[in-house]
Structures are given as structure tokens and as C-alpha cells.
Design a protein. Structure first.
Length: 413
């Protein structure tokens, strides 16, 4: 029969000889050893120094009672250990992220499943209770007999999350490092889902989430967040960490973010970024956000119009191309001037020896960087564009605006 954390807390503990040792005041998980196993039990009695029983020293566990397979003398004195996760202190009443349901919830109780091994019983954390039954158990524990509580809770709507779908919300940097050993499910979510989750958290918790993500995921999440929240988060990040995240962002997104920061902070972060990436972003910062230059991304794919379809595909396989955003390829002539664009769909369906110039879309469209955003919107609307090339005074491509950029701009305005 499964136990609940509230039923184990305060349980009386007896050693192998039946002698009373103390009450269970806390129990711990050691993430580095076993991410869901109760590894240690904190036992206290009166004014005596608390003792610790290891998972392999427990013979049986029941509601209100814990029996050991060793004598009291075999137990160690309790010493705090930062590598342990305390179930009561670190889980009960804490906010967690349900990575399967993509939402923030609060833990009311924890379900523990007993497993009998070689002469001892181990408890495994199976799920966390975020529903009404857990709240009722907490409220009535010690007031009403456990059997009565269980009968009452069986009639209530259940709300539980399996432990493997739990991601802990932890603002403290040291504890984040520890808990990250166990919970990295958050990075598997779509950045838009993480951003939506973060909007329900406090400022400190948002900082904790971003700091716990890898730089690539953090960059994608910041691109999805409201710009006000993004600014707050980046301003409080360590400059080196913030620069690493900016480096993973598309240049136009990085420029938009830096444009919302103070000039001093913006320059500090640019100084931390690698030279080439920093220069690309600086160039974009020179453009008014309400112009084509301010909307464009300097990272785009361009090839010679005389290239054959198979040559282009072979070349692209060797490049670090963002396949999720690759929709259109820009063409240049022998003078590296803009000569048209080819959709990826046309490219894939063409014959292997067909030249790119034969695949270009009509009409051939481009805009200078100083064109205002209304001109951009009109072209996208009139021709149902997915991408628009931006050219300099010599008609050389310097950037591209995608339909995503247009949508983001419209939503901000």
C-alpha cells in the first residue's frame, strides 16, 4: 500500500530490538544516487541529537510507524547535507512545474511507494499530489485517524503528477545546481510553453528558470517572452551568462532585446559577446525599429543563381542552417547583387541539374533598409510572402525579414 509524506511525518521509529528511537521529522532524496528513492530518514527524540537512518536500515514502513533492521547504535548522527533534497522542506507547499500539463502547480502531498529489497524496504517517490485530497490530508493529519482521512479523500477529485514529469522551481543558485541533477524535463518543452509558464512565476523564480536552462533554450524562451519581462530578466543576469544567451539568439532578436536595455548595460553585454556577433548586432542597432532594417535578420541563406539544385543541397548540408526557419533561399548574380529568391519547396521538387535562376519566384521583390514598416507589411500582405530580402544601395542582400518577424512586430504594435 502506498504511503503519503504526511502519514510518514511524525511516525514513531523503533530499532531491531523494538526500542523506541524517535520520530520521523524529515526524509531525504539523494538525487545524484537515485532520483526518486528516499535515501535517509531524520529521527529525533527529546533533547537528544537527531539521528539518521539510511534506506537499507529500514525493515518496514507503515502509517505512523517505521521499523529498523539495525540497533540504535548503528545509526549516524545527523549532519546537514546540501546534496540531499528534503521532502518536507523542499517539496511540500512548494511551486512546481508540471512539464506534461505545462503549468505551475503547488504540492500538497507526496505519494511514496514501498519496494521490498534484500531484507529492507525502500520508499520511492512516485507522484506529487496537487489536488484536493492532499490538502485535506494536510488539514486533518493528527486530528482525524488516518483510516478516516483515506476514506474521505477517496471521494474527492484526484490531482497528481508523476514524479518524472515534475520540474522544481528554485530561485536559489546553489540549490538549482543540486536539483538540476534530477530535473531537466523543462528543456524538453517548447520555448513558447516555458515562456507561458514563466509568466505565472515571481521575478526571482523566473530568474531561476532562465539560469537553469542551457543557453540555446534560454535564448529561445526569451524570444517568446513579453519584452518587459525579458528586459527585467536580462538586467539581473550575470553579464557573462547574458552574453552567452544573446550569442545564441538571432541577431535581430538580440538587437531588439539590447535596444530595450540601458545604453550602459547594452554596451557591457556587447563587450562580453564575440566580436563578429557583437558587430552584427551593433549594425542592426543603428536602424530604427520601425524600418525594414530594424526588422531584418542578418542570418539568411544565399547562393549563386548559376548553381545547380544538387550543388546547393550538398552545400547546405555542410552549413549550420536553422532548418526550422529555413523557408526561402536568396539568389545573387555574378556581381553578388540580389537577383531573386527560391522557396525550399521549389528547390526540393526541382531536377538535380536545374539552375537556381530557373526556380526563382515572381515577382522579384526587395526593399532598402530605410523603408518603413508599413511598406514591409503591404508587400507581405499583397504577395502573401514568407520572406522578403533587404538590399543595400548597391543592390546587395544584407538581411531578410520573415513572416515571423512581421507577426511579432504587429503584435508589439
Amino acid at each position: 500500500m502506498d504511503l503519503y509524506a504526511t502519514e510518514l511525518m511524525g511516525a514513531k521509529a523503533y530499532d531491531v530490538g523494538g526500542h523506541y528511537v524517535g520520530r520521523v521529522r524529515e526524509f531525504f532524496i539523494e538525487p545524484a544516487e537515485a532520483p526518486n528513492r528516499v535515501s535517509h530518514y531524520l529521527l529525533s527524540r527529546g533533547h537528544f541529537q537527531p539521528l539518521v537512518a539510511k534506506h537499507d536500515q529500514v525493515a518496514s514502513v507503515a502509517v505512523g510507524k517505521l521499523e529498523l533492521n539495525v540497533s540504535e547504535r548503528a545509526l549516524e548522527l545527523y549532519r546537514p547535507n546540501e546534496s540531499w533534497l528534503a521532502v518536507q522542506k523542499d517539496l511540500l507547499d512548494q511551486q512546481i512545474i508540471d512539464t506534461r500539463g505545462r503549468k505551475v502547480v503547488r504540492v500538497n502531498d507526496v505519494d511514496l511507494t514501498p519496494f521490498r529489497t534484500n531484507g529492507n524496504v525502500e520508499l520511492r517517490l512516485s507522484q506529487v499530489d496537487v489536488g484536493l485530497p492532499g490538502a485535506v490530508r494536510r488539514l486533518l493529519q493528527g486530528v482525524v485517524p488516518p483510516k478516516v482521512i483515506r476514506k474521505l479523500q477517496s471521494k474527492l477529485p484526484q490531482g497528481a503528477i508523476r514524479w518524472e514529469f515534475v520540474n522544481l522551481v528554485e530561485p536559489d543558485p546553489m540549490r538549482r545546481l543540486k536539483l538540476r541533477i534530477t530535473h531537466e524535463k523543462l528543456e524538453d518543452l517548447h520555448p513558447a510553453d516555458i515562456a507561458e509558464i514563466m509568466e505565472d512565476l515571481s521575478a526571482a523564480e523566473r530568474q531561476g528558470i532562465i539560469a537553469s536552462l542551457d543557453e540555446e533554450t534560454a535564448a529561445a524562451v526569451l524570444a517568446e517572452l513579453d519584452e518587459r519581462l525579458t528586459t527585467q530578466i536580462v538586467e539581473k543576469l550575470d553579464p557573462e551568462k547574458a552574453a552567452d544567451i544573446l550569442e545564441e539568439m538571432a541577431p535581430d532578436a538580440a538587437a531588439d532585446l539590447l535596444g530595450d536595455l540601458s545604453k550602459e548595460t547594452s554596451e557591457e553585454l556587447l563587450h562580453e559577446m564575440p566580436g563578429q556577433e557583437a558587430n552584427e548586432v551593433r549594425e542592426l542597432l543603428e536602424f530604427d525599429p520601425a524600418t525594414a532594417g530594424g526588422m531584418m535578420n542578418t542570418e539568411f541563406v544565399f547562393v549563386g543563381e548559376a548553381s545547380a539544385r544538387d550543388e546547393v543541397l550538398e552545400w547546405m548540408r555542410e552549413q549550420e542552417v536553422n532548418l526550422d526557419q529555413l523557408d526561402t533561399i536568396v539568389l545573387v548574380d555574378s556581381l553578388t547583387q540580389f537577383s531573386g529568391a527560391v522557396s525550399v519547396a521549389r528547390l526540393l521538387l526541382a531536377a538535380g541539374d536545374q539552375r537556381m535562376a530557373e526556380l526563382k519566384m515572381d515577382p522579384v521583390l526587395s526593399l532598402p533598409p530605410n523603408a518603413n514598416d508599413k511598406e514591409v507589411f503591404e508587400l507581405f500582405d499583397k504577395y502573401n510572402l514568407r520572406m522578403l530580402t533587404i538590399v543595400d544601395k548597391e543592390n546587395r542582400p544584407i538581411g531578410a525579414i520573415t513572416v515571423d518577424d512581421v507577426v511579432s512586430k504587429l503584435l508589439k504594435d
